[in-house]
Design a protein around this ligand. Structure first.
Ligand SMILES: [Zn+2]
Length: 356
């Protein structure tokens, strides 16, 4: 690859503690076609859904990038590359929609990360740069579709993208077989919550540990599904604790979140918990997500994703629906592996299977 000399060169720090400090993000040029083509061929060989079938001949990959850079030259596309020590780590494109009725929309496309770069914050840094490029071109609505098989949707949700739904049999995977896709969008100037609480990872972890202890009690003492929740006031005080009590209380609504919210309401003598944060070990369901909106909770922090009933993006995206008057900030994955393992072990123990 050639040295990047573009004036647009950006260094990606973007507040991501995991992003290597020296990652450089720059618009692609003709000199990058070899590296881009190799990444495209590799992505397709790894069954990545980027529009091509395996095996993708290198010449075809080169022709694709030549066309893409031509479009970039015409102002119809932006192609960015993330580099570290002369190695192409990732690329992503913005297709600037040409319809006269959609001068504000761009499609995110051909987002690819080299396997060696995954989990290092490079993808997030690249996305920030793509969003900035969109803003600079007056594009504030970003849309994309992400294959459901690759777990990419969790990545986009963390970056504030909303899911609109799944389309079955959308495209053939490069190695064969039809795969579904998930349609996502983000409005770059979307309304922010009225009050953004400082998110301190240590504080989040401490409260999540507390919630995990409550989950353990639910499982061991009451033989309920082990989910625990804690409500912390705007001042940082624990004002509600809860765990699943459905079976014990003969109450279909007695989820951990509801129990914790009820206690918090009593503690504040108020049905609105303005500025409060709810910590819960499992992604809230639709009922609990709506309860959080009704309660005007500022923020929800959860542990494990719930691929069966999760309503913070996994199955439904109730909490982020832009039609709500109140916005709840969402953060998932805090001690998520531990929370998920405990749930798995509860069910494995029930079935007499060895624990993981
Ligand atoms: Zn629930």
């Amino acid at each position: 690859m050639a040295e990047q000399t573009s004036a647009d060169l950006a260094t990606a720090a973007i507040g991501d503690a995991h992003a290597p400090a020296e990652v450089r993000i720059a618009p692609a040029s003709a000199a990058d076609i070899e590296a881009l083509s190799a990444l495209l061929v590799e992505t397709v060989a790894n069954n990545g859904s980027v529009g091509f079938m395996h095996p993708l001949p290198l010449d075809e990959a080169r022709a694709f990038w030549r066309g893409a850079l031509e479009e970039a030259g015409q102002g119809k596309r932006v192609v960015l590359c993330a580099w570290l020590d002369g190695q192409l780590l990732a690329t992503g494109s913005l297709a600037l929609v040409q319809a006269p009725s959609q001068p504000h929309r761009a499609e995110l496309t051909k987002v690819m990360t080299a396997p060696a770069a995954r989990g290092r914050g490079v993808g997030a840094a690249l996305m920030h740069a793509l969003e900035q490029a969109a803003r600079e071109r007056g594009r504030r609505l970003l849309t994309l579709d992400a294959s459901l098989i690759e777990g990419a949707t969790a990545f986009y949700r963390r970056l504030g993208y909303h899911t609109t739904g799944d389309i079955p049999e959308y495209a053939y995977k490069p190695l064969g077989g039809l795969g579904a896709t998930r349609a996502l969008w983000k409005l770059l100037d979307a309304r922010q919550p009225a009050r953004i609480l400082p998110a301190d990872p240590e504080v989040d972890e401490r409260h999540m540990r507390h919630a995990l202890q409550l989950a353990e009690r639910a499982g061991k003492e009451f033989d309920e599904i082990p989910v625990g929740a804690v409500v912390v006031s705007a001042e940082g005080k624990v004002i509600g604790e809860g765990w699943n009590r459905n079976i014990h209380d003969h109450d279909p609504s007695a989820h951990a979140e509801i129990m914790a919210l009820r206690q918090a309401g009593q503690a504040l003598s108020n049905h609105r918990l303005v500025g409060a944060t709810l910590y819960v070990t499992l992604e809230p369901c639709a009922m609990c997500a709506m309860a959080l909106v009704h309660a005007r909770v500022a923020r929800v922090v959860y542990g494990a994703d719930d691929p069966k009933t999760g309503a913070c993006g996994s199955v439904f995206d109730v909490i982020a629906d832009p039609r709500h008057n109140h916005r709840v900030q969402v953060q998932g994955g805090v001690l998520g592996e531990e929370a998920g393992r405990r749930l798995t072990n509860y069910f494995r123990a029930k079935r007499g299977k060895p624990l993981v």
